[in-house]
Design a protein around this ligand. Structure first.
Ligand SMILES: CC(C)(COP(=O)(O)OP(=O)(O)OC[C@H]1O[C@@H](n2cnc3c(N)ncnc32)[C@H](O)[C@@H]1OP(=O)(O)O)[C@@H](O)C(=O)NCCC(=O)NCCS
Length: 306
């Protein structure tokens, strides 16, 4: 079967309607939404200014495949999500979409996200030389429901990050906390500066726990969507973006206090819900989040080039 593949910076109303039909057909066939809620919301709102789209069409112009490319994360690299119409699978469309995205991004760190655990996603990824690198749970909780009580451990104060002052101490603690987790633990000063220059960054939602002069924990929150969401035109949701406690302070209740303090901050900012990503095999973190009211929402699998 012949088809064409084109990259578009903007989708017109007709393209959006056709892509939504394609997503609907795949959802019915697979019993699972093929793309993340984040991408679906962007499509419903006409696309975000930073979105890039790669569309496959049959020779009679019908949309048979769609790939969403997000290149906004300069630190972690480009991210793609894709779907092929159930009647046009196993014809090379998925492969062509990923190749077009790789060419457009010009970056070997391309990450493929699949939602749920579809065998065909694994098959496509491995055929293209990608391997599963992470399996993440997305968890959510309402910020309208009551929050558990907590105590800040004795001798600890919690304050906001001060740009120009706290960067090096935070990087050292982050490396210690995530020593086993290369992607997060190897964050460099430049990576941090890039994050801090992004539209969503707000130091008042980046909480630090201090014992005297020493930094012993942090909870970095992030607000997606709305006017603070870096151009993401959809309702706001808060995220537990990164949470870490120094090994010496574990078991003291500090992680619970930091998490809840951050959730209070998000609630005080007027948000109604919070989400987070946690590695599916990180039982201790999942246990913490369940204890403060989060529930499993979705499972996402990330593939990177082997
Ligand atoms: C995964 C998906 C995008 C694949 O699209 P596709 O157009 O059918 O993929 P291609 O035809 O380009 O397949 C390329 C190769 O991947 C492998 N592959 C893809 N689907 C497969 C399946 N169902 N079973 C076995 N192998 C498969 C094969 O090796 C195939 O090469 P081959 O046909 O020459 O043997 C499509 O099934 C889909 O839309 N699934 C739902 C959404 C999703 O899971 N997206 C995440 C993708 S990481």
């Amino acid at each position: 079967m012949s088809f064409t593949v084109s990259a578009l910076a903007h989708l017109d109303d007709n393209d959006i309607a056709r892509i939504k039909e394609l997503i609907q057909s795949a959802t019915v066939q697979d019993d699972l939404a093929p793309l993340s809620e984040h991408v679906l919301i962007h499509l419903n709102h006409g696309g975000d200014e930073h979105d890039e789209h790669i569309v496959a069409r049959s020779t009679d112009g019908i949309v048979i495949g769609y790939l969403h490319l997000d290149q906004t994360d300069e630190v972690a690299g480009p991210v793609v999500e894709l779907v092929v119409h159930p009647r046009h699978r196993r014809m090379g469309v998925g492969r062509a979409l990923v190749h077009a995205a790789t060419e457009r991004a010009g970056d070997d760190r391309l990450r493929l996200w699949a939602h749920g655990e579809l065998a065909m996603a694994y098959a496509l990824a491995s055929n293209l030389g990608f391997k599963k690198t992470r399996e993440l749970w997305q968890m959510r909780r309402s910020l309208f429901s009551a929050m558990p009580k907590y105590d800040v451990p004795t001798g600890i104060t919690i304050r906001s990050f001060v740009p120009g002052q706290d960067e090096e101490a935070w990087l050292a603690l982050n490396a210690e906390v995530f020593a086993e987790h290369p992607e997060q633990g190897q964050l460099s000063r430049n990576d941090l500066d890039v994050r801090m220059s992004e539209g969503w960054f707000d130091p008042s939602g980046f909480l630090l726990a201090c014992k005297g002069d020493k930094l012993v924990g942090f909870h970095w929150t992030k607000i997606h969507g709305g006017r603070r969401g870096g151009g993401h035109d959809h309702p706001e949701i808060g995220e537990i973006y990164v949470l870490g406690v120094a090994p010496s302070e574990r078991g003291t209740g500090l992680s619970k206090a930091l998490s809840l303090k951050g959730l209070e901050y998000l609630r005080d900012e007027g948000l109604g819900a919070a989400m987070l990503y946690v590695d599916a095999d990180n039982d201790s973190a999942k246990h913490l989040y369940e204890s403060i009211g989060f529930m499993h929402w979705d499972t996402d699998v990330m593939f990177t080039r082997a």
